[in-house]
Design a protein around this ligand. Structure first.
Ligand code: UP5
Ligand code: MG
Length: 196
């Protein structure tokens, strides 16, 4: 893909920071195509005949990061499918890249991102949200053991991605501790500066 053809915005933040929630808002108002890397991996995990199903299951439960070849392929396929279906050119890529090598590989081999929307939220708040969602979500990683592992992976492996983009002046940081409505107002204000 060429950056003239497609716009990619990465959406990052800790587990339960509200990435999915805010992406839904942006889809409604701006017509973005929302691609959640986690959702794509869960779909692939459940696809009959998938050679990666068992592997993905283990990584998700342990809160570790699936090898990037799998995730990047799923994202690229989804981008192509969306472009063919309705010529979508604006993508919110939610929960990816979670590791520096993924960031570099995607920006080199797929397309550079325009900027990263980063939802900043302390762990105590994210933990409450996830435990609450876990009552009904059916997600294999919405339990306290997996949540703690996801937090550790986020701090050790994914924050360096945010830091690198920040050092390049390519991060829009939003305080995600407030109500979903307040967070969204702030998002809308801040992305204006990027011509969105
Ligand atoms: N909620 C949301 N906003 C709120 C607010 N402002 N105030 C109060 N409540 C709020 O929200 C979580 C919960 O909080 C919901 O109940 C919501 O109503 C409420 P959500 O919008 O779902 O937050 P989100 O940040 O999307 O949380 P999610 O759990 O999806 O984040 P993760 O990053 O942990 O999950 P993801 O699906 O991206 O990844 C799961 C796993 O897949 C990873 O751990 C990893 O093992 C694997 N993975 C990879 O290996 N590679 C990838 O590239 C991506 C994923
Ligand atoms: Mg999510």
């Amino acid at each position: 893909f060429s950056p003239e053809e497609v716009t990619v915005i990465f959406v990052l933040g800790g587990p339960g920071a509200g990435k999915g929630t805010q992406c839904s808002n942006l889809v409604t108002d701006y017509g973005f195509e929302h691609l959640s890397a986690g959702d794509l991996l869960r779909e692939e995990q459940n696809r009959p005949g998938s050679e990666f199903g068992e592997m993905i299951k283990t990584y998700i439960k342990e809160g570790t990061i699936v090898p990037m070849e799998v995730t990047i392929q799923l994202l690229e396929n989804a981008m192509k499918a969306a472009m063919e279906k309705d010529g979508r050119k604006m993508f919110l890529i939610d929960g990816f890249p979670r590791k520096l090598d993924q960031a570099h590989a995607f920006e080199r081999s797929v397309v550079p991102s325009k900027f990263t929307l980063f939802f900043d939220c302390p762990e105590d708040i994210m933990e409450k949200r996830l435990l609450n969602r876990g009552k009904t979500s059916g997600r294999a990683d919405d339990n306290i053991e997996s949540i703690k592992k996801r937090f550790r992976t986020f701090v050790e492996t994914s924050m360096p991605v945010v830091k690198e983009f920040e050092s390049q002046g390519r991060v829009v940081k939003v305080d995600a501790t407030r109500s979903p409505e307040e967070v969204y107002q702030d998002v809308k204000e801040k992305i204006k500066a990027w011509g969105v």
